[in-house]
Ligand binder design. Structure first.
Ligand code: NAP
Length: 324
C-alpha cells in the first residue's frame, strides 16, 4: 500500500510543508495500520511547523486522526481489522494511511463520527484535564478562559458550564462573542474593544476569578495576573503570541499568593489509564449532548498550508479537519 503524507525538510512558514508518496511498510510489532478518514488540526501543529518547538528534521507533521484499522502488527490485543479508531499525539497524522502504536489508539464509540472524533479528541482531552484535573472547577465559580470561540475554547465553555461554573470567555469581535455565548459562556469579552481586567472586575464584584486558563501567552500574561483573585491559579497552557515570560516568585506573592502552572496534554494522558479516562470523558460529554463540536473548517489535506495560515491569523472558529 502507498501513503501520501506531508513532510518538512526545515521549519518555517506554511510552505515548508511538502507532499511525498511512499510505500507504507507492514505494521511493526505493537502497531496498527490505519486508513485515515479525518485528520485534526491543532495549534501544536503550528508550533512544530514554525520552529516554536524544535523538531528533528526532516519530519512528518500532524498529531491527530481518525480512520479504520486495515492491518495489525504482532502483539496487538483488543483491536481488530475494521475497527473505527482515533488517536492523538502521534506525529505523522497528515497522511492518507499510516502505522501507529496501538498503545495510543482508541476505539471510537458508536454515535460519534470519524470527523467529530478527529475534530475533538485532543481538544476535548485538553478541556477535560484543564477543568477537571489541573484546577478542579467547582459549581458556582467564575472561570476565565481565553480564545473562547476557538477549537479548545468552544469545548471548554460547554464543559465548564456543565460542571456548574460561570464561564467568562475572551475572544475577538462581536461575531465571536456571539458564538462564545452559544458555547457555554455566560459572559463574552471582546479583546479588540474592551479592557479585559476591568470587565472581569465588574463581573466578579471586584474580587477577580479563582482560575484563569490562558493559551495566548506573552500578550496576555499581565492581564491574566490582574484578573486573578487572592490564592488564584494561573494556568498558562499555550503560546499563541509566544511563551509567557519567566515568572518571579515575588510577583506571585504580591499579586495575591497566586499559583502558576504550565501544563501539557502529553503528561496528563501519558499513562494509558489516563488516556482512557480522559478520552472516555470526552466521548461521554459528546454522546450525552453536553458538548457539541463545531467543525467550521473542512479542507482537503492538499490545502494544509492555507489552513495553517488561517489558524495562525486567528481567523478560524471551532475545529478544523482535513479530509485525506
Ligand atoms: N497545553 C496543552 O496541553 C494544550 C493542548 C491543546 C491546545 N493548547 C493550546 O490551546 C490554544 C488553542 O488551541 P486551538 O487548537 O483550539 O486553537 P484556536 O483556539 O482555535 O486558535 C487560536 C485562537 O487564539 C486566539 N488569539 C488570541 N490572540 C491571538 C493573536 N494575537 N493572534 C492569533 N490568534 C490569537 C484567536 O481567537 P480569538 O480571536 O477568538 O481570541 C484564535 O482563534 C493554543 O494556544 C494551543 O497551543 C494547549
Amino acid at each position: 500500500m502507498t501513503m501520501d503524507r506531508v513532510i518538512m525538510a526545515q521549519q518555517g512558514a506554511p510552505d515548508v510543508m511538502q507532499f511525498e508518496t511512499l510505500e507504507l511498510p507492514d505494521p511493526g510489532e505493537g502497531e496498527v495500520q490505519i486508513r485515515q478518514k479525518a485528520i485534526g488540526l491543532n495549534y501544536m501543529d503550528v508550533y512544530q511547523r514554525s520552529g516554536h518547538y524544535p523538531m528533528p528534521l526532516p519530519s512528518p507533521l500532524g498529531l491527530e486522526a481518525a480512520g479504520e484499522i486495515t492491518g495489525l502488527g504482532k502483539g496487538v490485543a483488543g483491536l481488530a481489522v475494521g475497527d473505527r479508531v482515533v488517536y492523538g499525539g502521534v506525529l505523522g497524522a497528515y497522511a492518507t494511511t499510516r502505522n501507529a502504536p496501538a498503545a495510543r489508539v482508541l476505539k471510537i464509540p458508536d454515535g460519534i463520527s470519524d470527523d467529530v472524533a478527529a475534530a475533538s479528541l485532543m481538544k476535548g482531552m485538553t478541556a477535560e484535564y484543564l477543568l477537571e484535573r489541573t484546577y478542579k472547577v467547582k459549581p458556582g465559580e467564575k472561570v476565565l478562559f481565553f480564545a473562547a470561540s476557538g477549537g479548545v475554547g468552544q469545548i471548554a465553555g460547554q464543559w465548564g458550564k456543565h460542571l456548574g461554573a460561570e464561564m467568562i470567555g475572551v475572544t475577538s469581535g462581536a461575531d465571536n462573542c456571539g458564538r462564545a455565548l452559544q458555547m457555554g459562556y455566560s459572559h463574552a469579552i471582546d479583546r479588540n474593544s474592551e479592557d479585559i481586567a476591568e470587565r472581569v472586575k465588574e463581573i466578579t464584584g471586584g474580587a477577580g476569578v479563582p482560575v484563569v486558563y490562558d493559551s495566548i501567552g506573552k500578550a496576555t500574561f499581565e492581564t491574566s495576573i490582574e484578573c486573578l483573585a487572592t490564592y488564584g491559579m494561573f494556568v498558562s497552557f499555550g503560546a499563541t503570541t509566544g511563551e509567557a515570560p519567566a515568572v518571579a516568585p515575588s510577583l506571585l506573592q504580591h499579586a495575591g499568593s497566586l499559583y502558576f502552572t504550565r501544563p501539557t496534554l502529553a503528561n496528563y494522558v501519558g499513562p494509558r489509564a489516563d488516556l482512557e479516562h480522559s478520552s472516555a470523558r470526552v466521548f461521554r460529554m459528546n454522546l450525552d449532548g453536553h458538548v457539541t463540536v463545531n467543525i467550521n473548517q473542512r479542507r482537503p489535506l492538499s490545502e494544509v498550508a492555507a489552513a495553517h495560515a488561517e489558524l495562525e491569523a486567528g481567523s478560524t472558529t471551532g475545529s478544523t479537519i482535513f479530509v485525506p
